[in-house]
Design a protein around this ligand. Structure first.
Ligand code: AHG
Ligand code: MN
Ligand code: MN
Length: 339
């Protein structure tokens, strides 16, 4: 019989840190704070469907507080959970235009946190998986001072850790601090994240492609040819390819990481930079996919090597198992992509 391990997220992080004698424990504490926010958000996402029934959709809830959209609630919750731990010097969120300072009465630390509080938020009302994505950097500015925009605008390969939470058929938190990718499922009975997916490696062979094909007529020719190639071809195992697209990037990539597959949000003639955000979506997911043995590019270069110039900049993305990302590139390179 399978022996239960009771490897909680906190224990896993602490044991990982013990293998690095130089570690101060700050990153562990930071990840622990994030996991607490994830539990709060999981609870809130799971009762989203009850809001109408309980009559809370009007202006106020039972506490007399104004009811907020769930993505703004998630944004506020993450800030409240993270601003006072003493580990961060600055934050940035997809839901806020400027950087988020640590209030002056709290200690500032050496890390920088960027996040997409709720990814796939258009799926909330249909009970479809959504998630939270986070990205952690070490600060560049001097310790003890308030963090800056420059602290946030670092290329993705400077991330020290990244992760995501998917609120799906169960809630799972996946993170990497550079050494492997590990998944923890939230046990709803006793509220702990338990190691369920140790050392995730993306399968090298795949038969899944994920892209919004509704945009087909706007795509570049190379991409059209690639998708046509997949539809006509069998993969390495002799199986036909299959399309899977949830419309929540974090859930689409999580599935592809477990089963193998490529997720694409390309540039097209309407959107020269694609749709997804470099700092909140593409960098953290690229960090995790690479740590799981996969690849992530913008069609030309590694996502993690892009030098960001603004907090909310967008980038095209091709992300998944290495052989499939390489194959997309072969097709893209045969056609001239606009600069
Ligand atoms: P968000 O909910 O954080 O704004 O992100 C939405 C993103 C991403 O999650 C998803 O994969 C993508 O938008 C879907 O876009 P399309 O509807 O254009 O396919
Ligand atoms: Mn998003
Ligand atoms: Mn979002």
């Amino acid at each position: 019989m399978h022996k239960p391990t009771f490897m909680t997220l906190t224990r896993h992080i602490l044991e990982g840190e013990r293998m690095h004698p130089e570690a101060t424990g700050e990153l562990s504490a930071l990840l622990h704070d994030l996991s607490l926010a994830a539990k709060v958000l999981s609870l809130e996402v799971n009762k989203a469907g009850l809001v109408d029934i309980l009559g809370l959709t009007d202006q106020s809830n039972v506490h007399g507080e104004t009811q907020k959209k769930l993505d703004i609630y998630a944004h506020d919750t993450l800030i409240r959970a993270m601003d006072h731990g003493g580990h961060l010097c600055v934050m940035a969120s997809e839901e806020e235009e400027d950087i988020i300072h640590i209030p002056p009465h709290y200690k500032v630390g050496k890390y920088v946190l960027l996040f997409d509080p709720l990814d796939g938020s258009s799926n909330i009302d249909a009970n479809i998986s959504i998630g939270t994505i986070f990205s952690i950097y070490r600060r560049l500015s001097p310790e003890g001072t308030p963090g800056t925009l420059e602290d946030c605008l670092q290329p993705g390969d400077k991330q020290v850790a990244a992760g995501y939470i998917v609120y799906g058929s169960s809630t799972i938190l996946v993170y990497s601090a550079g050494h492997g990718v590990h998944g923890f499922t939230l046990d709803p009975a006793f509220g702990e994240f338990i190691l369920s997916h140790p050392d995730i490696r993306i399968p090298e062979k795949s038969n899944i492609y994920s892209i919004n094909e509704g945009n087909y007529k706007y795509w570049h020719l190379g991409l059209k040819k690639y998708i046509k190639f997949l539809q006509d071809a069998d993969n390495i195992r002799g199986e036909a390819y299959t399309a899977r697209y949830i419309g929540s990037m974090v859930a689409d990539i999580h599935r592809n990481m477990l089963y193998g597959g490529v997720y694409m949000y390309p540039s097209d003639i309407r959107s020269p930079n694609g749709k997804l955000r470099l700092m909140y979506e593409c960098n953290p997911m690229a960090f995790i996919i690479e740590a799981a043995g996969g690849k992530a590019t913008d069609g030309k270069q590694r996502i993690l090597e892009i030098q960001p110039s603004s907090l909310h900049q967008r980038t095209p993305i091709f992300i998944g198992n290495a052989s499939e990302v390489d194959k997309v590139h072969e097709f893209l390179e045969t056609e001239i992509l606009p600069d």
